[in-house]
Design a protein around this ligand. Structure first.
Ligand code: GTP
Length: 598
């Protein structure tokens, strides 16, 4: 009977349409937090999320709602990120839910990731409840958006909730619709335990803490459980729910979403996607897990202090627990020493991981420019997967190179279609289709090299459409391209960590831009430093960092002690993100310079 009163659901939307604010309002309306505890974007617990105003991690909470029918319902709500880089989090959250609230901005309408997330929800057989948010905005046009949801998505929006999360409008109706429209979880209390792990985190005292959705059976402290994929066995020490702070429970049963701890020390024993069952009474089959996520870009992560290599490995292992899409393997660079080649879902993801390593684990890092994975076919018939440009075989040994392509879907008002097409063409895009969604919006699709889209395509797309275009993409296989590697030499020495791969058409220009850029970034020494770009043994461009003449430390001889301290501090911090390569000091910025030459 308790099961009949449970509703498991998620909230999905295009970025910034207001998911997190809706979640806040639900917590408030169900009195799950006191007014004093209430702060905006309560579920965005990471400092980084608050500062950037984005959701990076999903979060699962339990709240209690007294409905108009007089009954009290238990809601398990999973907030999810909206940015394309974090779609992995969305798909995992959806596997734990039975319904999804689809939030659409009343002024922006349906956007590329609105569609992408709806498809994910439909794949997971979720009931979808449309909500049109931000009706308080002067530019809001809820009726038009309602029509758009019906036309573009094909979803019945006649009873869509009209809401303003900001003003608290529409929230009571939303809560009632959740009770009426979303199904209660199915699942057999008597059946052998099957619980899906969909997230995890690490606690120094309790070990690995798993977020689970129990599909069948019951689990309680003292139970001996087995992880069906890893085969590991543990005794459960604690179960509970987040509401939103951790609350211990006597048991979790079929239909519940909550956490489980079992003094798990080895993070490999309990990966998201695995199924937990009982040792004594095991289920015959694990639940369907998740598609493993392939990283889109790779970059090298190196501690500025080589002695911190093991600390970096520990930190990456702990982060991986909290972010199953993170991948890393050891690599060595002549210039940078020992580090890790690390895979990310996109540049925002890379940024976030780097910042979390620095803040949560106190690491000082050098990150090399991100690169996609190339396939190099050698003359002796081998295929080499190249995640690190410096590992591309010699020109003479290569027969051909393939690079990953994506299918890019862009939604844009018709007056900007020209600008979008011009940009896509410039980024080596191949036109696929163009459809009118209604009389003013167009859905344009292109095949494009992933390397072009991942770097600054999104920013350029936004700036050339005054922010109106939205983008979604998925991998679409490998294609042969006329690619070559550019090496960078500092003071005559090749710096492997600065090598990059470009299309022949852009090689000359990129070589020129990068040598000019490095000249600005690399600090002067008391001798001249030549900066060269080379293809094989051929130098294609060169700049020179002049020797300095005057004493640069004289700047510090300033009377104001405050200013002096600040300057020193700035220099100290600058130094931390610097690596000596031979006789040259190379700052972090130099490794990213190649991104700024696209
Ligand atoms: P991500 O977590 O980054 O995916 O974004 P989100 O979809 O969770 O959006 P969020 O709740 O962070 O809201 C985005 C912005 O819209 C914030 O500045 C909110 O204050 C604002 N916002 C949310 N709801 C409303 C609303 O009903 N009206 C108005 N005017 N602004 C709103």
């Amino acid at each position: 009977a308790r099961q009949q009163h449970i509703r498991n659901f998620s909230i999905v939307a295009h970025i910034d349409h207001g998911k997190s604010t809706i979640a806040d309002r639900i917590l408030e309306a169900t009195h799950s937090v006191t007014e004093r505890e209430m702060q905006n974007q309560l579920l965005d617990t990471m400092d980084l999320e608050r500062e950037r105003g984005i959701t990076i991690k999903m979060n699962a909470v339990e709240v209690h709602y007294k409905a108009e029918d007089g009954e009290t319902y238990i809601f398990h709500l999973v907030d999810t990120p909206g940015h394309v880089d974090f779609s992995y989090e969305v798909s995992r959250a959806l596997a734990a839910a039975d319904g999804a609230i689809l939030v659409v901005d009343a002024a922006q309408g349906v956007e590329a990731q609105t569609l992408a997330n709806v498809y994910l929800a439909l794949e997971n057989d979720l009931e979808i409840l449309p909500l049109i948010n931000k009706i308080d905005l002067p530019a809001a046009d809820p009726e038009k958006v309602r029509q758009e949801i019906e036309d573009v998505i094909g979803l019945d929006a006649s009873s869509a909730v009209l809401a303003s999360a900001k003003m608290g409008i529409g929230i009571p109706e939303l809560l009632e619709q959740i009770v009426q429209k979303f199904p209660a979880p199915e699942g057999d209390l008597e059946a052998p335990l099957q619980a899906l792990i969909f997230d995890s985190s690490y606690d120094a005292y309790k070990g690995v803490i798993l977020t689970i959705r129990v599909k069948n059976g019951i689990v309680k402290p003292g139970d001996k459980v087995r992880f069906m994929h890893s085969g590991a066995e543990y005794e459960v020490t604690e179960v509970g729910v987040h509401s939103p702070y951790s609350v211990k429970r006597d048991y979790l049963m079929a239909g519940d979403v909550g956490y489980l701890a079992a003094s798990i020390k080895n993070i490999r024993d309990a990966r998201p996607g695995d199924t937990i069952t009982m040792v004594n009474k095991p289920a015959t089959e694990p639940l369907a897990g998740y598609k493993p996520m392939t990283p889109m870009v790779y970059s090298g992560l190196y501690p500025t202090d080589n002695a911190k290599y093991n600390d970096l490995r520990d930190a990456l292992e702990k982060l991986q627990l909290n972010d199953a899409s993170l991948e890393f393997t050891p690599e060595t660079s002549q210039a940078l020493g020992f580090g890790f080649r690390t895979g990310f879902l996109g540049l925002l993801h890379m940024d976030v991981i780097q910042e979390r390593l620095e803040r949560e684990f106190d690491m000082d890092l050098i990150t090399t420019a991100p690169s996609v994975t190339y396939h190099a076919f050698t003359t002796d018939g081998q295929m080499v997967e190249v995640e690190n440009p410096s590992e591309l075989p010699d020109v003479g040994a290569i027969k051909s190179i393939e690079e990953p392509y994506v299918h890019a879907q862009i939604m844009v008002p018709k007056e900007y279609v020209g600008a979008v097409m011009e940009l896509a063409q410039r980024k080596r895009g191949e036109f696929d289709t163009m459809d009118y969604l209604d009389d003013h919006r167009v859905y344009v699709k292109y095949y494009m090299p992933l390397s072009e889209i991942i770097f600054d395509f999104f920013d350029k797309l936004k700036s050339s459409t005054r922010g109106y275009a939205s983008l979604d993409y998925e991998l679409a296989g490998y294609r042969q391209s006329d690619l070559m590697k550019i090496d960078i030499l500092l003071n005559g020495e090749k710096v492997d960590a600065l090598s990059f791969i470009v299309h022949r058409d852009f090689a000359q220009e990129r070589g020129r831009l990068i040598t000019a850029k490095l000249k600005e970034i690399i600090p002067r020494r008391n001798f001249e430093i030549p900066v060269q770009a080379a293809i094989g043994s051929k130098i294609i461009s060169r700049s020179t960092i002049k020797a300095y003449r005057k004493d640069v430390t004289s700047k510090i001889h300033t009377g104001d002690p405050d200013r002096r301290a600040k300057l020193l501090d700035k220099q100290k911090r600058g130094k931390a993100r610097m690596k000596s390569v031979g006789t040259v000091d190379v700052p972090q910025e130099a490794f990213m310079a190649v991104l700024k030459t696209g």
